[in-house]
Design a protein around this ligand. Sequence first.
Ligand code: PRP
Length: 171
Amino acid sequence: MAFETLLTEEQIAERVKEIGQEISADYAGRTVHLICVLKGAYTFLADLARAMSVPVTIDFLAVSSYGKGKTSSGEVQLTKDLDVSLSGRDVIVVEDIADTGITLSYLLAMLESRQPKSLKVAAFLSKPSRREVEVPVDYVGFEVPDRFVVGYGLDDDQRYRELPYVAVVVD
Ligand code: PRP
């Protein structure tokens, strides 16, 4: 397995800090409820939360998608639900990547029905060329080309999530 670095640790740290500051300015005086979409988003969420200066609460959910990119938006399953109600909360869904948009589209519909005070999305990466479903991504770390990327939470068959940088797998 060979890797080509796409985003260095320094580039990531700088951008995550910027997003943290942007969110903090947008939510000044409020508490932000961050939802980590397991598993890939755990690294981004941990760094983002520490880059924010407004108070934060954190919850976790997990989804699994089947036939991703090939089938309809119905084929996403919630495999771990949130622990607390979203009612009255300012919620930001934190994702590692928006690819086809199918997962986020499913999640936004489900979370909206729980009547949060507000609902936005932060995605570390976005592959706009892969989008099949239009989804609003309010905060984007980096737009990346349609290449298979690992690291900073993103995996190849559960491996390489721990890499502190983002790499393209070249063979
Ligand atoms: C990835 C990623 C998003 C989804 C994005 O999850 O974390 O949840 O795919 O793809 P989409 O926009 O095409 O729906 P994955 O199924 O790889 O699980 P993981 O987070 O546990 O790695």
